[in-house]
Design a protein around this ligand. Structure first.
Ligand code: 15L
Length: 293
C-alpha cells in the first residue's frame, strides 16, 4: 500500500520518491521534511558526498547527473522526482552544462522512459536576474538571465514544457528565492524564503492534483517582493514565514551604491560573477595571434 501524506495529500501517493541534491544548502533539510511522503525515498547526490546513514524507508543512490546511464538507473522504479540537484550558483559554463543542462535532459528522458509522471524541480530566480529591482514580474515574464546559471534555467523550463505537452509529465518548477535562516542583505528582504514555507511549497507541489506545468516562486510572506506569484494558487501555496522583524537590522547595514548590481538588479551580485576562464590566444585567419578578454 502506498503511503499517504497528511492533509496535503489530495489523491496522489507514491511508492518510491527520488530526491536529488540531498547535500545541497536546501536538500540538507529536505530529507527530514519529505519523510513519510512515499513508501520509500531514494536519496541521491554526487558519488562520494552521501553519508551511509539511512533512516527507515530510505535508500541511498549516488549519481552524477551528467552520466546518462547512471541517471536512467537512478530514476528506475520511482513514481516522482524532487530534483534539487545540480549547480546552484554561477560557475564556469562547462560545469553548468554538465549538471544543469545535461543533468536535466537525462532526468526528463529517464522519467519518460521509466514512466515517472511528476517532477518537482528547484529552478533559479536568476533566469530573470537582469530585471531591475523596481520592476514587477510574474512567471511568464520574458527571460532575462543574469548569468550562465540563470541561463541554464531557460533550458530546464523548455524541457518541462516539452515533456508536459508531448508526454504528459507534470512539473512544478519552484523558482527558488533565497532560502536561508534569515535574509543577509537588502535584496534578500525581497527574495527571502523561510524553510517552513519552502518545504510547504515542495510538499504541496508533490501532492497537488493535476498541476500541469506550473512555475511558482518560493518567496515568503514579505512586505515587498518584485515577484507576482499568482501561479502559487495551483499547488495551493500560501506563505506564512516573515522576516519583517529583521528589517531594522538589515537596513542598518551599509547601503550599496545605486549602480551596484546588488542594489539595482533582481539577480543582485550574481549578475557580476564571472566570466570565468579567459580564452587562450588563438591563431586567427590573418596569421596574427589574437587575444580575447
Ligand atoms: C540561488 O539560486 C542560490 O542557489 C542561492 O544560494 C541564493 O543565493 C539565491 O539564488 C538568491 O538569489 O539569493
Amino acid at each position: 500500500m502506498a503511503l499517504q501524506h497528511d492533509s496535503l495529500n489530495q489523491g496522489r501517493s507514491f511508492k518510491r520518491l527520488l530526491l536529488t541534491g540531498r547535500t545541497g544548502g536546501v536538500g540538507r533539510a529536505t530529507r527530514q521534511r519529505v519523510a513519510g511522503s512515499a513508501q520509500c525515498i531514494r536519496i541521491s547526490d554526487l558519488p562520494g558526498t552521501l553519508n551511509a546513514d539511512t533512516a527507515p524507508a530510505e535508500e541511498l543512490a549516488p549519481c552524477d547527473l551528467a552520466d546518462r546511464q547512471a541517471v536512467h538507473a537512478l530514476v528506475a522504479g520511482c513514481d516522482a522526482n524532487i530534483h534539487l540537484g545540480g549547480m546552484s550558483v554561477e560557475r564556469p559554463f562547462e560545469e553548468i552544462l554538465e549538471a544543469n543542462v545535461k543533468g536535466v535532459f537525462h532526468l526528463y528522458e529517464a522519467a519518460r522512459r521509466r514512466g515517472v509522471k511528476l517532477i518537482v524541480l528547484a529552478s533559479s530566480n536568476h533566469v530573470t536576474g537582469f530585471y531591475r529591482q523596481d520592476e514587477g514580474i510574474d512567471a511568464s515574464a520574458r527571460k532575462r538571465p543574469g548569468d550562465d546559471y540563470g541561463l541554464s534555467e531557460s533550458f530546464g523550463k523548455g524541457m518541462a514544457q516539452l515533456y508536459f505537452d508531448r508526454y504528459g509529465i507534470e512539473t512544478v518548477r519552484i523558482r527558488v528565492g533565497s532560502v536561508f535562516p534569515e535574509p543577509k542583505d537588502r535584496r534578500m528582504m525581497a527574495t527571502w524564503t523561510g524553510n517552513d514555507d519552502f518545504h510547504d511549497l515542495l510538499k504541496r507541489a508533490l501532492f497537488a492534483p493535476a498541476v500541469g506545468h506550473a512555475i511558482v516562486f518560493s518567496v515568503s510572506a514579505i512586505a515587498y517582493t518584485w515577484w507576482d506569484n499568482r501561479e502559487a494558487t495551483r499547488p495551493g501555496f500560501q506563505p506564512h514565514d516573515s522576516s519583517e522583524q529583521l528589517r531594522d537590522k538589515i537596513e542598518a547595514m551599509p547601503r550599496p551604491a545605486v549602480d551596484d548590481p546588488a542594489a539595482m538588479l533582481q539577480g543582485g551580485a550574481f549578475t557580476a560573477v564571472g566570466p570565468f576562464n579567459p580564452l587562450p590566444p588563438v591563431q586567427c585567419m590573418q596569421n596574427h595571434v589574437c587575444h580575447w578578454l
